[in-house]
Design a protein around this ligand. Structure first.
Ligand SMILES: *Cc1c(COP(=O)(O)O)cnc(C)c1O
Length: 359
């Protein structure tokens, strides 16, 4: 197998999907939208999601990721607000999209009419995280008033996103605000809002029985990305002991292995990325280079599985590691394994230079 590569344990992944989706379902039979962007909706991984009965919808932020997986049988949800320039693809390749702008929704309506379809939308409400969402209550009602007049658009619900930009942790009080909007809209516009989407992997801590916060019973959907693949909730970053945290392993290969000083020799200017680095002189060091770099992965979001190794730095194509504490256990050509965080998972699946292996 060529390096670098991400090794994906599909058996562990299936166990994570089954465990968490059934746990969510136990609670008022909430529907589950599995978010597939962290692994670029790789078809091999999608096929595992397809087999999980507890998953109702597949959600992604990128239209390209739906086009790659045309055989998918679950309903498809675009969770990033559509760009006006991608509207024909959005109507063609997805069933539901998340929206906040009436101009975009009107264009979706025109396109849906052209394609002889009804396109479903969910309106995102901003409850304080300050990423996407309609913030003003009056604007929300004004958008709904215009949306219900569109013949080829069906408004199916409301949603909120939290713990992304503003890192705001979801609470019962915050989500009750979404429920309040739902009830006002249903009464005023005589519509039935069936999908009330109460957030992402940071909302699932509210399902824990020993937690004082409860998910309001009117919440009918959750969108889960990170919790499925990394086995943890993201409000407090707690691992689930029933889930696997090691589904993905990054394997790299040592291309140089030498004893060198730890302090550069000569005048220090700026590095490959325009930053002025600082160095600590630790004397002579066993330094190894593995063949992966900042073009593929951010060195801050990977961690060597051998805890004796320490990442020293990285340029575009070279990652430098201090092997001093494990000097005799490695040589040129050996593999070095890393665990991945959310950011590096995204990066590795985006990089065509990182191969994918499934076990
Ligand atoms: C990425 C994303 C999610 C999934 O978030 P996780 O924290 O990975 O569960 C849910 N909703 C929206 C709108 C997103 O962009």
């Amino acid at each position: 197998m060529q390096n670098p590569r991400v090794v994906v344990d599909l058996v562990k992944l299936k166990e994570n999907l089954d465990f968490l989706s059934s746990r969510i379902k136990k609670n008022n039979n909430i529907s589950v939208t599995a978010i597939t962007k962290s692994f670029s909706a790789h078809p091999e991984i999608i096929s595992v999601y397809e087999k999980c009965e507890g998953i109702d919808y597949l959600g992604d932020s990128r239209i390209e990721n739906f086009i790659k997986n045309l055989e998918t049988t679950k309903e498809k949800v675009l969770v990033r607000i559509p760009m006006i320039t991608e509207i024909p693809e959005v109507v063609k390749y997805t069933d539901v999209s998340f929206n906040t702008e009436i101009k975009v929704i009107q264009k979706l309506n025109e396109e849906a009419k052209k394609q002889n379809k009804t396109h479903k939308i969910l309106l995102m409400v901003d409850l304080g995280d300050l990423r996407e969402g309609i913030f003003e209550e009056e604007e929300l009602y004004s958008v709904v008033e215009q949306v219900v007049q569109l013949n080829n658009i069906k408004l199916v619900g409301l949603g909120v996103n939290l713990t992304c930009y503003g890192a705001v942790i979801p609470t019962e009080a915050i989500l009750n605000r979404l429920v309040y909007y739902k009830e006002k809209i249903e009464a005023r516009f005589k519509v039935n809002l069936t999908m009330i989407s109460g957030g992402n992997s940071s909302s699932i801590y509210m399902l824990d029985p020993d937690n004082p916060e409860n998910l309001p019973k009117e919440i009918t959907n959750l969108r889960i990305g990170e919790a499925f693949v990394l086995g943890r909730e993201t409000a407090y970053g707690k691992d689930y002991k029933e889930m696997h945290q090691d589904i993905f392993t990054l394997k790299t290969e040592i291309v140089e292995y030498k004893t060198k000083p730890s302090y550069p020799i000569g005048e220090v200017g700026v590095d490959a990325f325009g930053n002025k680095p600082t160095f600590v002189d630790k004397g002579l060091m066993k330094r190894g280079i593995v063949g992966i770099g900042q073009q593929d992965v951010d060195k801050m979001t990977i961690h060597p599985l051998d805890s004796r190794l320490e990442i020293v730095g990285a340029s575009s194509d070279h990652l430098i590691i201090d092997f001093t504490k494990a000097e005799n256990d490695y040589q040129v050509g050996d593999e070095v394994s890393f665990g991945l965080d959310y950011g590096s998972l995204l990066n590795c699946f985006t990089s065509e230079y990182v191969k994918k292996e499934f076990i």
